[in-house]
Ligand binder design. Structure first.
Ligand code: 3HC
Length: 692
């Protein structure tokens, strides 16, 4: 074995030259890996004993892409395109041996090889779109030459990680090796192709699979139309589509030139900078400064959920989805049956859409059991309480859990506002109590806000952070304060939205501005969806707020066809003349002179106070770092990821500008606009919120 450089070895194994990359954690294409590949291929070509070449990786995965942390920095090491050209033009067959994931630049390297062998557990994909990019090393030009334009369009715009079996079926992988025996399989394959005299298959020379799309621009037009909603606001999907169009319509080298130009445009633009930041922010959120990596974990093999309502049911599904048995406890049989019925329907709907098989539905349902007796929790490793938001009810439940659950069990509350320390005080083991705040629908939304109480143990925190990843959530750790991080900032936006409507805007003006900013919907559309009558008590309603007025008129939201908007039978909304009149009357009654409010003012009034509140949250230590707040807003509330989240966005807008507005509003409208001390300090020091 020869060490080529710090991350690359070369061995002659019989008549096969084997290049082994070892650059933890994910063998990303850093300068060292690129150099190693270039030198390794050169060595294998020069080695008279090597009749073929295998590229394989140590560790958990094949190359997982370009090294994102190098982006935007000084250019060092071999040029990736040149390295790949060297591989594709090699005079000996080059075989990629894939385990783990071949992603982005990793799959592009594999596509520059003549053949690809993988183990069944491997996955391949071009996920650059999620970083606001496109595959910039020939991926957009080579992939459609193997899988055709339609499949390539799907892969580059969704970034999906395609399982090896599906890759084999579409020709992306040439042969499957036995699990755990990749090296043997790849070497045997390499020897076989030499023995059979198979040609050096250069993907760039293939074109047959793209014939179907040539001369059919409607394929691309239809694809854009079908996905317009999903791609709204993002640049990268459209740029990826243009590259596939180029692959279909232009010679290879011209296609590569188009890909390069569009890649550089995205790479130097603000959206990719924000999306790359978001990638690292999500991973950073897992790191808790005072909870070391070697903190002992609690083995969570079984879970209990209290409450079979929308939240409880959704929470239970997360665990069943990954094979963890769940017991749901309800007070009444009827509510339990209803809850279990809803879960089954959800699974059946997913199966009908092809997301899971009908066998999966039964497997998952078999992991969920119902009970009317909290004693069923005696043996579980973790209980999550998901009943309605009343402190007395929660304390009563936690008192009971304390006497029922085994020592060491985690006692979690799904509260979205209440004081976790007070809930914990109902037990003799506050160290076991933690908040796990799921977002509705809990089986879909990615975010899990994990609320650390004053006495929560490190082991319970570490376990919940790990468990979140296991159930495919993105977790962020927050402290105990009203509404924690997400809802606390949301209430700023809601207050401003309501105020703007009283001052002269209409709900649909506010919603349009926030929708155009990139949110999936505005606050009034969201209220209509949730139901205006949540928490509304008819007997106590005095028409004191617009919401009360609307509920008194039986305008309860989407569910009865009327809320802030009017809804047709398909739940399509339109501005309501009735609501417009209600608002105008309300203003008149309250003595408010309506004024014209610009879109800019709506955006600033709704979003700047959120940035300010985020700064207060950091001042109080309720979030560990600014990027955790961004993780929360992107994954729980639909803040557009291409602007990086409220903190990152605030930095781009300019903290001085935000501070000046907050001060002006404070002078004109009162103390709710008081600037955060951190905002004042950062502006004085010329520092940003993120990393400042
Ligand atoms: N570059 C730099 N660092 C990377 C990286 C990359 N491409 N991929 C992962 N890492 C780092 C992570 O930041 C993390 O670091 P940390 O431990 O210090 O936090 C570590 O590797 C492990 O990553 P995960 O925690 O995400 O590990 P998982 O096992 O959960 O997931 C993965 C592994 C599926 C490979 C996931 O990391 C991933 O999706 N990576 C990104 C893949 C990607 O987007 N590739 C395309 C890059 S762009 C490109 O290739 C451009 C080209 O076309 C020119």
């Amino acid at each position: 074995m020869t060490a080529i450089n710090a991350v690359t070895d070369y061995t002659l194994d019989g008549d096969v030259g084997v290049i082994t990359l070892n650059s933890p954690p994910v063998n990303a294409l850093s300068a060292g890996v690129r150099d190693g590949l270039a030198l390794g291929v050169a060595q294998a070509l020069a080695d008279p004993g090597a009749r073929s070449i295998v590229i394989i990786c140590e560790g958990r995965t094949f190359i997982a892409g370009a090294d994102i942390s190098e982006f935007g920095g000084e250019r060092k090491g071999a040029d990736l395109l040149a390295v790949m050209k060297g591989m594709e033009d090699a005079t000996k067959p080059v075989v990629a041996a894939i385990h783990g994931t071949a992603l982005g630049g990793g799959l592009e390297v594999a596509l520059a090889c003549h053949y690809r062998v993988a183990v069944p557990s491997a996955k391949c994909g071009l996920p650059e779109v999620a970083l606001g990019l496109l595959p910039g090393a020939g991926g957009t030009q080579r992939l459609p030459r193997i899988v055709g334009a339609q499949k390539a369009l799907e892969m580059v715009t969704t970034g999906q990680h395609v399982p090896a079996k599906a890759c084999l079926a579409m020709g992306l992988i040439d042969e499957m090796a036995e699990e755990g025996k990749l090296r043997d399989g790849a070497l045997a394959f390499a020897r076989r192709i030499v023995a059979e005299g198979r040609p050096l298959k250069r993907v760039r020379d293939l074109s047959e699979k793209m014939e179907a799309a040539r001369g059919h621009p409607e394929i691309f037009a239809d694809f854009r139309k079908a996905n317009a909603r999903k791609f709204r606001g993002f640049l990268a999907p459209e740029y990826n589509i243009r590259c596939i169009e180029a692959a279909v319509n232009l010679p290879f080298d011209e296609g590569i030139a188009t890909e390069r130009k569009l890649f550089m445009e995205l790479m130097t633009g603000p959206q990719s900078a924000a999306q790359r930041y978001a990638f690292f922010a999500e991973r950073q959120a897992n790191k808790i400064p005072d909870v070391p990596d070697d903190t002992p974990l609690i083995d969570v093999k079984t879970v209990g959920v209290i409450g079979a309502g929308t939240m409880g049911g959704g929470i239970a599904m997360n665990f069943a989805n990954v094979g963890i048995p769940v017991t749901i406890v309800e007070v009444k049989q009827e509510a339990l049956d209803r809850g279990l019925g809803v879960i089954r329907k959800n699974y059946e709907r997913t199966a009908a859409r092809g997301g899971i098989t009908t066998a999966d539905v039964e497997t998952r349902m078999s992991l969920i059991s119902g009970s009317l007796d909290m004693d069923s929790f005696a043996g579980v490793d973790m209980v999550i309480e998901a009943v309605f938001e009343r402190m007395d009810v929660k304390k009563d439940i936690f008192g009971k859990l304390d006497s029922i659950c085994k020592p060491g069990a985690i006692l979690a509350s799904n509260t979205s506002y209440l004081n976790v320390d007070e809930i914990a005080s109902a037990t003799q083991r506050p160290e076991a109590v933690i908040g796990t705040h799921f977002f509705s629908p809990a089986n879909v939304m990615k975010l899990l806000e994990i609320v650390r109480g004053a006495k929560t143990s490190k082991s319970v925190i570490a376990t919940c952070m790990k468990l979140a990843k296991k159930i495919n959530k993105v977790a962020a750790l927050v402290g105990v304060c009203h509404g924690f991080v997400g809802n606390r900032m949301l209430s700023q936006r809601q207050r401003e939205a309501n105020a703007l409507v009283l001052e002269g805007a209409m709900p649909w003006d506010v919603d349009r501005v926030l929708y155009d900013f990139g949110f999936p919907m505005g606050p009034f559309a969201m209220s209509d969806l949730a139901g205006l009558d949540i928490g509304w008590v008819k007997e106590e309603s005095r028409g004191a707020t617009l919401r009360e007025c609307l509920c008194e008129m039986d305008r309860r939201g989407q569910k009865n066809g009327a809320g802030f908007y009017d809804y047709d039978d398909n739940r399509v909304s339109s501005p309501s003349p009735v609501v417009k009149k209600v608002i105008e009357d309300f203003r008149a009654k309250s003595g408010i002179a309506s004024r014209v409010i610009s879109d800019d003012e709506i955006r600033e009034r709704c979003l700047y106070p959120m940035v300010n509140e985020g700064a207060k949250i950091l001042d109080e230590g309720m979030a560990i770092r600014a990027s955790d707040i961004d993780v929360i807003w992107e994954n729980g509330y639909g803040w557009p990821v291409y602007t990086g989240g409220p903190m990152f966005w605030g930095d781009q807008v300019g903290l001085a500008k935000i501070l000046a507005k907050m001060k002006a509003w404070q002078a004109a409208m009162g103390e709710v606009y008081k600037p955060a001390a951190r905002l004042e300090r950062l502006v004085a020091e010329g520092k940003p919120l993120v990393g400042g």
